[in-house]
Design a protein around this ligand. Structure first.
Ligand code: HEM
Length: 174
């Protein structure tokens, strides 16, 4: 950030650097610590998942304690499934507030410019119509081939609104 230059040679101002550092610290430290703490708690209370995680990690990492590169990290699919399942049940940001920068429509809801939209991140993620045995910690549901999340949403714990919620809603204007 300090050394980077735009095409015209201009650099970030001191104020912009402070803003970016502040955002990164606030956005990264608490989110990661909170999500990791819940992951450890849920694995501690679900030993079958814990043993599977350890077994897979030993198989892939062998004598290493951390992945040697991104490719090896990506092959730890069960570890990723544990993280996704934790963020589904215990999202660090259960509500997001977004502001429409232009008139738009989300599903059947018309949203006018300047409107603040509250996205309830957790609601669809713990709804039995989207996720079978929704209250249970079952990381395998994130693995390829598992059918316990029959939703038209991509498998991503960050998704806030299920397409079904939007399709069944009447068209309204806020
Ligand atoms: C488990 C860890 C994390 C979780 C659960 C998490 C979650 C989120 C969520 C829900 C948002 C809002 C997305 C949206 O408004 O659409 C967000 C935004 C953001 N996160 Fe994270 N985050 C994590 C880790 C990090 C880390 C490690 C960094 C940086 C090193 C980071 C940097 C940011 C930034 C800069 C934004 C704002 C992006 C924007 O508004 O364009 N996050 N994060």
């Amino acid at each position: 950030m300090l050394l980077g230059r735009d095409g015209d040679g201009s650099a970030l101002s001191a104020e912009e650097v402070v803003g970016n550092v502040y955002t990164t610290l606030v956005a990264s430290q608490d989110t990661t610590a909170n999500s990791l703490a819940w992951t450890i708690y849920l694995l501690h209370t679900h030993p079958t998942a814990w043993y599977r995680l350890v077994e897979k990690a030993r198989h892939i990492l062998a004598d290493e304690t951390v992945p040697r590169d991104l490719e090896q990290a990506r092959s730890l699919t069960f570890a990723e499934a544990c993280a996704q399942e934790t963020m589904r049940l215990r999202p660090v940001a259960p509500v997001l507030f977004l502001e429409a920068v232009q008139d738009t429509q989300v599903g059947h809801v018309r949203v006018t410019k300047g409107t603040t939209v509250s996205c309830l991140m957790r609601r669809a993620a713990v709804d039995e119509t989207n996720v079978r045995d929704a209250s249970e910690f079952r990381p395998v549901r994130w693995l390829a081939g598992d059918k316990s999340m029959e939703t038209s949403c991509p498998k991503n714990a960050f998704r806030c609104l299920s397409a079904r919620d939007l399709d069944s809603a009447p068209v309204v204007t806020w």
